[in-house]
Design a protein around this ligand. Structure first.
Ligand code: PEP
Ligand code: MN
Length: 715
């Protein structure tokens, strides 16, 4: 399918009149188009500013997600008419919308804080000098103004220079997605008179850098900031035997590498900062985890006012005392006032052993009467309360496009095998009319699965990750190729999946074969390719785990783990996935009863991992016409017994894709929370039986069929 469309493209290119025009002329036209595009972007920005002025008068919030979604979906449809793919249009307009929101936010902020004139030169205190991550983050945050930077060797000195008026603002890191909160900064903020007035999330890409003449094999020492060193401590020793030496800032590490005359010294720093010091990158991306972002806080002597049209956050520090339940009482105040919390961090209090200071970030404006009243309320429950600041939030969630809209742009009319079927899906409520006998039987069984059972949790569990919801009223499609075979294959699959509007990309990397000499899957290398493809196309990813030892390292790389049918009662594996904080799909075993499935889920829950999704994939019966008999009657039954989401994998219960369509629709009709499907973009692999015994009787859809199926499901 991918190859075919590439062929089609080159066909149109060679047939089109532009192919005959000399290259120089084509380039001239491109250059002129690009400058027109720039002018259009600038004009669009001006209009965004007018929108902000207009909204200021009408007091409307700057974020209007319904309008954003409509805008994006209309653009995708229009783009499709002129040959632009949905993915391309979405990516372009996410950037444009994000910029527009930032322009509006900055305008409203400048109006709320007229004293902070943006035309002034600002001086900003940061840790380390040019090249440090604080410096780069500060540059991003204050990109609209001309700034001077003051570099310091400790966080304490950064804050003091702002307090003493030597700098206007300070930019300091507060937490990192890999290594967590920076405890020293929390303690310093508590004692400081400064207010938090902004935040900046900056992606960290640690590289190993050195002088141009230095070779990796000759390195003996690598200078690194302790935080950077912690974030690379597992991966770096695998790449080099050089010793890590801790220094007070990344800028100092860079300086030491730049002064090296022996050709043996390196530093951990970003690519940008290496350039600033005339150094080269020896290895890119040396951190333990690829997704690595640091959140920086911007502090100032004066608290800032946040316009009530701008989404904002308030950070507070509280000490609740030692009365049992006192923290719970505080949290209940926020719950009752409907104020979401995005962070709760605790730190010991100096001189008061076993007492804690809690740092809380809440969504809301401290000037909003609702928040102000809640703060007043909790002040009564606390020994100490300090508002650290109220500031515009950095999180601008990308506008979501519905799978319906995406699938509409792919096919205008559906001609599949569903004619005559009802278009309406029914979401049956759990039956309440079970007989008393059934009731008492199910109660005694329910005791076995204490945590998985409805009595434990009457409301549906909804499992959320990366914007995907599985459970409740949501319907999710998890799909992808059977296995990861290579980068091009999984990239194309991710792109296709994202265009089609699937929720999660699946592909296996560990595939035991009937013959020990067969292809066993790409292993951890495959997981990394899957992770990268998911990141590139903004799709969460799922893969199967087969061994207890690798559960943890795989869980770090994917968003969802799968336990296959053959491993449903592999209790050590169930326990291992129960110990990690990652959602798990548990497939029903080939010969397992519903009761056994729920008990297997209980194994995972009992270890502490409450994020279990069940999956019906057919069971063995006397019927041999298909590999399995899909037990759809299990869906309403399981929904009655358990609060856990239940999905369906219909692909083993059918011989061909025509039969898959009605079965998929039936799964949705009986109330499944989603489907697991397989597609293959490479025609020759669809019927291949060399990959894995699991594929033998499994129906793998071609791209076209898959798109049709998704379209029909969301009709
Ligand atoms: C799979 O889909 O990768 C798989 C192993 O399926 P099942 O566990 O349903 O056989
Ligand atoms: Mn399968």
């Amino acid at each position: 399918m991918v190859d075919k469309s590439a062929d089609e493209l080159s066909m149109t290119a060679s047939n089109s009149p532009t192919a005959k025009i000399p290259l120089s002329e084509i380039r001239t036209e491109i250059t002129s188009l690009d400058s027109k595009l720039l002018q259009l972007f600038a004009r669009r920005r001006e209009l965004s500013l007018s929108v902000a002025m207009n909204k200021e008068a009408s007091a409307k919030p700057i974020r209007d997600q319904v309008r954003e979604q409509e805008l994006l979906e209309t653009l995708i449809a229009k783009g499709a008419e002129i040959g632009l793919d949905a993915h391309y249009v979405t990516r372009l307009f996410h950037l444009i919308i994000e910029d527009s929101l930032a322009v509006q936010r900055d305008y409203l902020q400048s109006r709320s804080n007229p004293q902070e004139s943006i035309s002034n030169v600002r001086s900003i205190a940061v840790l380390g000098g040019k090249g440090s991550y604080s410096y780069l983050a500060a540059g991003k945050h204050f990109s609209a103004t001309e700034n001077t930077y003051l570099g310091f060797s400790t966080f304490d000195k950064v804050l003091r220079s702002v307090e003493q008026g030597n700098a206007d603002y300070g930019v300091i890191p507060i937490e990192n997605t890999t290594s967590g909160g920076i405890t020293e900064v929390y303690d310093l903020l508590l004692d400081s008179k400064l207010s938090i007035i902004g935040e900046e999330k900056y992606p960290i890409k640690h590289c190993l850098v050195a002088q141009h003449s230095t070779e990796l094999s000759r390195l003996t020492k690598i200078h690194a900031h302790p935080e950077a060193s912690r974030q690379c401590n597992k991966n770096l020793p695998r790449l080099t035997s050089a010793e890590v030496s801790l220094v007070s800032s990344t800028a100092e590490a860079l300086q030491l590498a730049a002064e090296d005359t022996t050709g043996t010294i390196g530093a951990v720093a970003s690519e940008k900062s290496a350039e600033a010091f005339g150094l080269k990158v020896l290895l890119t991306d040396v951190a333990n985890l690829k997704e690595n972002t640091t959140r920086f806080l911007v502090v100032s002597r004066r608290p800032q006012k946040v316009s009530n049209q701008v989404s904002c956050k308030t950070s507070i520090a509280i000490s609740t005392g030692q009365k049992p339940g006192s923290l719970a009482e505080v949290l209940l105040v926020f719950r009752d006032a409907d104020i979401p919390l995005s962070k709760l961090e605790s730190r010991p209090i100096a001189g008061k052993p076993w007492e804690q200071m809690f740092y809380v970030d809440l969504a809301g404006n401290a000037d909003d009467p609702k928040v102000a009243q809640a703060l007043e309320e909790i002040a009564k429950l606390c020994r100490f309360l300090k508002v650290l600041g109220c500031y515009p939030t950095e999180d601008i969630d990308a506008t979501k496009v519905s799978p319906q809209a995406l699938s509409r742009t792919k096919i205008s009319s559906f001609n599949g095998s569903l004619s005559g079927q009802s278009e309406n899906t029914v979401q049956p409520a759990p039956s309440e009319s079970a007989s008393e006998n059934q009731q008492s039987e199910s109660n005694s069984k329910a005791r076995n699965y204490r945590l998985a059972g409805r009595p434990h949790k009457p409301e549906d569990t909804v499992i959320e990750f990366k914007g995907v919801k599985i459970g409740g009223n949501d319907f999710a499609v998890i799909a992808g190729p059977h296995q990861v075979i290579g980068q091009d294959q999984i990239d194309a699959a991710a792109r296709f999946g994202s265009d089609t509007g699937i929720s999660v990309l699946r592909a296996s990397c560990f595939k035991p074969q009937t013959s020990p000499y067969g292809f066993q899957g790409l292993g951890i290398e495959g997981v990394e390719l899957l992770q990268a493809a998911g990141q590139k196309y903004h799709l969460p990813v799922m893969t199967e785990v087969t061994e207890t030892e690798s559960v943890r390292s795989i869980a770090e790389k994917v968003d969802l783990l799968q336990i296959s049918a053959r491993n449903m009662q592999n209790y050590s594996l169930l326990k291992a996935v129960g110990e990690v904080n990652r959602p798990v799909i548990l497939k029903r075993g080939l010969m397992a009863s519903i009761d056994e499935l729920l008990n297997a889920a209980e194994y995972i829950l009992a270890q502490g991992n409450m994020q279990v999704i069940l999956c019906e994939r057919g069971i063995r019966t006397f019927e041999t016409a298909t590999q399995t008999t899909l037990d759809l009657s299990a869906i309403p039954l399981i929904k009655e017994k358990s609060h856990l989401p239940i999905m369906v994998d219909p692909t083993y219960a059918v011989k061909n894709s025509a039969a898959l369509f009605p079965l998929a629709k039936a799964a949705k009709a009986v109330g499944a929370h989603g489907l697991l499907l397989e597609f293959s973009l490479e025609q020759e692999n669809r019927s291949s039986q060399t990959l894995s015994p699991d594929t033998v009787s499994q129906t793998v859809l071609a791209a076209e069929e898959f798109t049709q199926l998704i379209h029909s499901l969301y009709q």
